[in-house]
Write a protein that binds this ligand. Structure first.
Ligand code: AMP
Length: 131
């Protein structure tokens, strides 16, 4: 069965997209740990990041760097943190999280966001990303 992220790639379910290339897609996390929590995925469904072939592994990281640079312009932070977890969704994804204190990386904490806020934030981040 296709992963939920493959369904997003196929356009079968919506997302708040911030960037896209032929191989990768970035969108806002639906249940953000911090404001501006973004997921970067390869469009190809591979569960475990270290099973990606070299080319796609590099492309995903270069893509994530460009997304993080745009994200940092929009969401004030000391640094954009990256994390790879993959416990819930078996489709490789890099979490990008604007970080102002170590506890911002607490995956058991979430911020409240409305669809309107997510939509507006995604548009702002998208406009700040140079691919
Ligand atoms: P993990 O697999 O443990 O790295 O966590 C999966 C992440 O995907 C969580 O942060 C979820 O909030 C996020 N997520 C799950 N479904 C969606 C979705 N449809 N759109 C955006 N983010 C999602």
């Amino acid at each position: 069965m296709a992963s939920i992220f493959s369904k997003i790639v196929a356009g079968e379910i919506p997302c708040y997209k911030v960037a896209e290339t032929d191989d990768c897609l970035a969108f806002l996390d639906i249940n953000p740990v911090v404001k501006g929590h973004v997921l970067c995925i390869p469009k190809k469904e591979v569960d475990y990041i270290f099973d990606l072939d070299d080319e796609l592994f590099i492309k995903l990281h270069l893509f994530s760097r460009q997304v993080a640079r745009g994200l940092k312009k929009v969401c004030p932070c000391i640094k954009v943190a990256t994390a790879v977890v993959g416990i819930d969704v078996p489709h490789t994804h890099i979490h990008l999280m604007p970080l102002n204190k170590p506890s911002d990386l607490n995956f058991t904490h979430h911020v409240e966001v409305t669809p309107e806020e997510q939509k507006a934030l995604a548009a702002q981040i998208a406009a700040a990303i140079e691919l």
